[in-house]
Design a protein around this ligand. Structure first.
Ligand code: OAD
Length: 248
């Protein structure tokens, strides 16, 4: 892969980096993406599985789907893309802003992570909002569990269509985007808002925008540098090239 010298020079002069990640970074771990080839939303309808009214209409179905996804996620592990981002921390002030709910950045070892769409391992009661983050619900395969305080339905702590993003996570992400020198948009179709604003905020505030994706997206025309291919290959390659370049 051709890594331009001008890009390596920008990287060398940078202190703060934001990695804005989407489902594509976890694809090489074996977790299906939402759009594109093999995407979840090609086969299933988001309005039947990822919105609050669907959950009220058919809580067991939605719960079962999330239990299935949790099972897939639990059986995976971080890939070289996640691990390269952790290694960047040795040389830069790194913030990960992720749309993923799969926890793989944390399991890889990234320290500063903002989760814009929640975390599939966490749960809370829709009535009294009691949290059930460390409770093992693996026995509840097909039936949604009920809150032990008020009897309300327990839901996964993920953002569904039509819901607000967690305010603290979004504000912190916006701030990181405003202040960074480089933002890498990795494995995201960048079509789901407001999360997809993050790369534009960085660019408007003077950051260099770098895209890593299998294919071109809406962001490609705004990106200063675009690397087409698998993030699990490109991110380690960029890191290697940077380490060689800074020795020169
Ligand atoms: P998408 O599924 O929309 O897009 C995944 C992107 O990753 C696509 O642009 C692919 O080309 C790219 N891709 C796939 N494999 C890759 C690889 N190995 N290396 C690099 N790129 C790769 O996923 P998101 O953009 O994350 O929302 O989707 C945004 C939101 O839509 C998700 O957070 C989810 C979904 O509905 C909620 O759950 C609220």
């Amino acid at each position: 892969m051709d890594i331009p010298r001008s890009f390596l020079e920008e990287l060398k002069n940078s202190k703060k980096i934001v990695f804005f990640t989407g489902a594509g970074i976890s694809a090489e771990s074996g977790i299906p993406t939402f759009r594109g080839e093999g995407g979840i939303w090609n086969k299933l309808k988001p309005e039947e599985l990822a919105n609050f009214n669907a959950f009220l209409r058919n809580p067991d179905l939605v719960w079962e789907w999330y239990q299935y996804r949790r099972k897939i996620i639990n059986e995976t592990k971080p890939n070289p893309g996640h691990l390269a981002i952790v290694e960047f921390e040795n040389y830069f002030d790194v913030t990960v802003v992720t749309q993923n709910v799969d926890n793989l950045h944390r399991r890889a070892g990234s320290k500063k992570i903002y989760e814009l769409h929640g975390n599939i391992e966490k749960n809370y009661c829709i009535n009294c909002k009691k949290r059930f983050d460390d409770v093992d619900f693996s026995n509840f395969e097909k039936n949604v569990p009920k809150c032990d305080s008020c009897g309300g339905l327990i839901r996964p702590d993920v953002v569904w269509f039509g819901e607000f993003l967690p305010e603290d996570q979004f504000e912190a992400s916006e701030k990181a985007a405003r202040e960074c020198d480089i933002l890498f948009a990795v494995g995201t179709s960048a079509v789901v808002y407001p999360a997809a604003n993050i790369p534009y905020i960085a660019k408007r505030n003077g950051a260099v925008l770098v895209e890593i994706n299998l294919e071109r997206t809406d962001l490609s025309n705004y990106a200063n540098f675009s690397f087409l291919g698998k993030s699990g290959e490109i991110l380690p390659e960029i890191l290697r090239a940077f380490l060689n370049y800074r020795k020169l």
